[in-house]
Design a protein around this ligand. Structure first.
Ligand SMILES: Cc1ncc(COP(=O)(O)O)c(C=O)c1O
Length: 282
């Protein structure tokens, strides 16, 4: 049985009943978060709570649960979350008013759904083999900084990657690298690391920020700036970061090898620092 939190109560996930008028269902009018849980410990909870608050404020949803209340939901679900690693998904929508209308309802309580599931970490062996990436145009809106539940472009990009046998699709806009369907991108050239700046064009990933911090603690400067498609294609190393993929080395981009075709030394140093925080995958 998977335990869920549903707008004030805990119950089995299968027993949650969502109104067909819920604005999440009708308009994708909501935002979400995904946190990782390692051996019952929630990873970077404060950063996720900050980002959720920013996403909610950006689309003017009042979750009717304060920060401490939201943290309690995550903590409660973490207690029974699968081990050794899990994710907790939370989404907040603008609720289910009596009638369908694009305009915000005058009175509707936000709907909050949260539940945990197993996180299958990418194994050491998979990391050492490295992963493939495919590229596609970025067809998303211009508020990618909001963690919106309107994910159709990302769904299509993820499917594109799956059908190509790749881990992710990197999205390109105007000759620049944006990010992947559900992860951020880093490139390394001659020992210098760069990642796209976190403005409205990408989601500011929690593991993106962590990778920057860990690299800097190792004395590796990370430039946050526009990254050209040509830099991606000419990189010595490419890594992608996300809560579920952690820090994954890319060894193929479309039909070409990345750098030496093996995971690179800069990635390895930052990955070791990451693993020292969360423990090693098998
Ligand atoms: C579009 C997008 N970019 C980046 C990320 C990575 O963010 P995080 O490291 O917080 O998981 C995600 C995660 O889902 C995402 O959806």
């Amino acid at each position: 049985m998977t335990l869920a939190y549903w707008t004030g109560t805990y119950l089995p996930l299968d027993d949650v009943k969502v109104s067909p008028l819920d604005r999440g269902y009708l308009f994708a009018d909501g935002v979400y978060e995904v946190v990782a849980v390692y051996d019952g410990r929630i990873f970077e909870l404060d950063a996720h709570l900050d980002r959720l608050a920013r996403s909610l404020a950006a689309i003017r949803i009042d979750p009717s649960l304060d920060r401490a209340g939201i943290a309690t939901v995550f903590r409660q679900l973490a207690e029974t979350a699968p081990r050794p690693a899990a994710t907790i998904y939370m989404q907040v929508t603008r609720g289910a008013p009596a009638q369908r209308s694009h305009v915000f309802p005058a009175a509707a309580q936000a709907s909050i759904l949260a539940f945990a599931g197993p996180l299958k970490r990418l194994s050491r062996a998979q990391q050492e083999d490295g992963f493939a990436l495919v590229s596609a145009p970025d067809i998303r809106w211009l508020r990618c900084d909001i963690k919106s539940i309107a994910l159709l472009p990302s769904v299509l990009a993820a499917q594109n990657a799956a059908e190509a046998g790749a881990l992710e699709t990197v999205m390109l806009r105007g000759g620049l690298v944006s990010e992947c369907a559900a992860s951020n991108v880093f490139v390394v050239k001659d020992g210098r690391v760069a990642t796209p700046i976190a403005d409205h064009r990408i989601l500011d990933g929690i593991n993106r920020r962590l990778a920057i911090r860990l690299a800097e603690e190792l004395g590796i400067a990370v430039e946050q700036r526009d990254v050209a498609e040509a830099e991606l294609r000419g990189a010595d190393e490419i890594w992608i970061t996300s809560t579920t993929k952690e820090l994954a080395p890319i060894v193929r981009l479309d039909d070409a090898a990345v750098g030496s075709g093996r995971p690179g030394p800069v990635w390895r140093r930052v990955r070791d620092a990451f693993d020292s925080l969360v423990g090693r995958p098998e």
